[in-house]
Design a protein around this ligand. Structure first.
Ligand SMILES: *Cc1c(COP(=O)(O)O)cnc(C)c1O
Length: 396
């Protein structure tokens, strides 16, 4: 068996995306800023991709700026709102405790520059309530940034309601939609979104390319100085093959979204039901309001890292949280944010599946995880203490 269940970290590039890229490595390799016809063909591809990406989220082409990925888009959105706020003496920003580090670390930096940051607490089910945002907004608030769907526990936030509150209070609303784009429907107009970040490699596109949607009327601040590419909003020769690949992958994902989601959800629910049979485990994140492909559990008495290595030996690629934190021994900030104690936040397992995983593979995953948890607990001194009553179980 060879099962890839780490699609929240990155996805396999689709044939459609690869085929859309190849001509821009080969015959149409021009620089879109050049006036000759090879360059102009690249420029046409750039604008066609912009139109495609815009359509996928119900935006206008001019509202789309291409970036090197989700992280850059998050940085640029937040810095833009911070600079615009500072001009009016507004230096308060609202976000949440379980954002991606591309958001949290940018906010840390701004805090050191004198901005005040409010991080909203996350409810145990992994959802932010719109009222929390409403209560936190002040006269001097210049930005609310709340992720669309969480990358570890997959929970989907009430974006439209939060957007409506921000629109009413005239506060810029940004959402990191990197996990949502291509997987669940996004409509920036209907959802009252001012800025939104996406990344191609999370929906079967290439790595190193993303986009920032910025509603017209909001002047985007450039964080990379240089030429006048992207209408002065992002210097550097555009990565045309990657941009064309992203547009193709996004279009494809949106066109097949409903059928894929239905298929993926069915398998996800088989996984959740099967893994729920493991004693002293707990599902992280709301059972219903989660991404079609996300499964995340904590199992008491085991370490996240060891389960991943053993699963890898059995042909299963999984994760214990975000790709950025695995490798460090700190428990996930997301699991701590939803109130999981340190002891169990360490023993987490994230399976993020796509439309290619079938029922037979799901059953293999369930049996393998059950065996692996049993094996690890058999060797765990913590588990021995729990069983002997020396230490109390946290989960049922
Ligand atoms: C992956 C991810 C990012 C970072 O995107 P890159 O393109 O890898 O820079 C940001 N936010 C979320 C929620 C993500 O899942």
């Amino acid at each position: 068996m060879n099962i890839y269940a780490d699609n929240a970290a990155t996805t396999k590039m689709s044939e459609a995306a690869l085929n859309a890229m190849l001509p821009y490595f080969r015959e149409n390799y021009g620089n879109p800023s050049s006036l000759h016809s090879i360059g102009q063909r690249a420029n046409e591809a750039l604008w066609a991709a912009r139109e495609d990406v815009a359509k996928c989220i119900n935006a206008e082409p001019k509202e789309i700026t291409f970036t090197s990925g989700g992280s850059e888009a998050d940085n640029q959105a937040i810095v833009t709102a911070a600079r615009l706020g500072a001009k009016k003496g507004k230096k308060h920003i609202i976000s949440t405790a379980f954002e991606h580090h591309a958001v949290l670390h940018t906010l840390n930096k701004l805090q050191k520059e004198g901005y005040e940051i409010t991080l909203l607490d996350v409810h145990e089910n992994g959802i932010i309530f719109p009222e929390q945002v409403k209560d936190a907004i002040r006269e001097d608030t210049c930005l609310v940034t709340v992720m669309f769907a969480n990358n570890e526990i997959g929970t989907i936030q009430p974006i439209k309601e939060i957007g409506a509150i921000c629109r009413e209070k005239k506060v810029i609303f940004h959402t990191d939609a990197v996990q949502a784009a291509g997987h669940i429907a996004i409509d920036v107009k209907d959802m009252n979104i001012d800025m939104l970040s996406i990344s191609a490699h999370k929906f079967h596109g290439p790595k190193g390319v993303g986009a920032l949607y910025c509603r017209k009327g909001i002047l985007l601040y450039s964080i990379i100085e240089g030429g006048a590419q992207e209408r002065g909003k992002r210097a550097g020769t555009e990565n045309i093959p990657a941009i064309a690949g992203m547009a193709a992958a996004f279009k494809d994902a949106v066109a097949h979204m409903d059928e894929n989601a239905e298929k993926i959800k069915k398998i996800r629910d088989i996984l959740i039901d099967g893994l729920s049979e493991i004693p002293h485990g707990i599902l992280n994140g709301d059972r219903e309001k989660r991404l079609p492909g996300n499964v995340n559990f904590c199992f008491e008495g085991i370490e996240g890292e060891s389960i991943l290595l053993l699963l890898d030996d059995k042909g299963i690629s999984a994760s214990s949280g975000s790709a950025c934190t695995s490798g460090s021994l700190d428990p996930s900030h997301v699991l701590l944010a939803i109130g999981r104690p340190h002891e169990i936040a360490h023993g987490s397992l994230r399976l993020s599946i796509d439309e290619n995983l079938n029922e037979e593979e799901a059953k293999y995953i369930i049996e393998t995880v059950k065996d692996t948890v049993r094996l690890l607990r058999g060797m765990s001194p913590v588990w021995r203490d729990l069983m002997s009553g020396k230490q109390q179980f946290i989960t049922k």
